[in-house]
Ligand binder design. Structure first.
Ligand SMILES: [Zn+2]
Length: 368
């Protein structure tokens, strides 16, 4: 179905500086540092590909506003926000665990979160049906009082809290398909039943000791936190199987009024940090599936928020396919890395991983 799709981006997102590094390591180790893995190029090339393919003409570009300090405080402690601002004003530093602040990063991070808030208003006021927010720095690892995994403020968590408060929503889904566990988002809603958090991620990758399939939320939030750990090497088929057995039935039963996707394209087959095998077409199909769920339950209201993805060559093609699915129209761009073969059917241990999650979730949902 053809759709009005918003696209939210700002030049400043590419100006957040993470310095030199070797992949995810900061400079100063045993080898010479080149460019830090979380650098602007991956994201800038997404925008370049949209421009060059003219698919940008298919989208409604919306300029993001900045989040206010009070909005950031919906999810982060005041001392933590002060620390980010101080590091930013002082020219940069590390806000705890691999979360680098550069000069002016505070203002850029406010605009990154603001990009999500702008998306929420555009979707809720029905100016667009769905939206892709190409924001940076990313957010899903950021905890209440510490930055983590290249994330400063938790864009999606703040946006969900904002949507809940401003528009009185009672049921919001956040589907996080970034290859890493969305720990910060999980923490934000662990006690809540009005935000259902579903994270599908590579097992035991990052952060340490988070994302266990057995963790289902706390108190009144119990049963509203779904962790699906997949083994390294899982590709398109495994992700589709996860949609079949868990994601689709759970979302059908929850009947959300708004859906967010924490869209990390670091489960791709070329990612230098992740170890999964999702193709650009795989991202297209997953996006189609979540779009159909949004059309069925939430009047099409769907917001995809860019998170991780570190292959500068492949993330643009994967992300373009996500945006094509949201828009309901395909560009003439073909995946230049599609060699005509896929990894084929799932291995038994991959199916078993899905069934471990089904066994846990069957206490709360009709799944499997
Ligand atoms: Zn990631």
């Amino acid at each position: 179905m053809s759709t009005v799709t918003g696209f939210i981006c700002d030049e400043s997102y590419f100006w957040h500086q993470t310095g030199n590094g070797a992949l995810n390591l900061s400079s100063g180790g045993w080898i010479q540092a080149d460019t830090h893995a979380e650098n602007p190029e991956t994201k800038r090339r997404v925008k370049n590909l949209l421009d060059r393919s003219k698919f940008m003409d298919e989208l409604q570009q919306i300029a993001p506003r900045s989040a206010t300090r009070a909005e950031i405080e919906m999810n982060h402690s005041s001392p933590y926000i002060d620390r980010i601002k101080e590091l930013s004003d002082a020219g940069g530093g590390d806000a705890v665990v691999h979360a680098i602040v550069g000069p002016d990063s505070y203002k850029i991070a406010l605009k990154s979160t603001g990009g999500l808030l702008t998306s929420v208003d555009a979707v809720m006021e029905e100016r667009v049906q769905n939206a892709y927010a190409l924001v940076r720095p990313p957010g899903h690892h950021a905890e209440h009082d510490e930055g983590m995994g290249f994330c400063l403020f938790n864009n999606v968590a703040i946006a969900a809290k904002y949507a809940r408060e401003k528009y009185g929503l009672k049921r919001i889904v956040i589907l996080d398909w970034d290859v890493h566990h969305g720990n910060g988002t999980e923490t934000a809603f662990k006690n809540d039943s009005d935000v259902l958090f579903i994270s599908v991620h590579q097992e035991n990758i990052f952060p340490e000791n988070r994302g266990a399939v057995t963790y289902t939320g706390k108190g009144s939030g119990e049963g509203y936190n779904v962790n699906i750990e997949l083994p390294a090497g899982t590709g398109d088929e495994g992700y589709f199987y996860t949609f079949d057995k868990l994601i689709e039935p759970i979302i059908d039963q929850y009947e959300p009024e708004l859906i967010f996707v924490s869209a990390g394209q670091d489960a791709s087959r070329f990612d230098p940090i992740g170890r999964m095998l999702v193709t650009a077409d795989g991202y297209f199909q997953m996006s189609n599936r979540i779009k159909k769920l949004a059309e069925k339950h939430s009047n099409g209201r769907l917001i995809a928020c860019h998170e991780g993805g570190y292959s500068t060559a492949y993330v643009p093609f994967c992300t373009l396919r996500v945006i094509e699915a949201l828009r309901g129209k395909e560009s003439p761009v073909e995946d230049p890395f599609d060699l005509g073969f896929h990894e084929g059917p799932m291995y038994p241990h991959q199916k078993e991983a899905v069934y471990r999650a089904v066994a846990i979730q069957s206490a709360y949902w009709d799944v499997g």
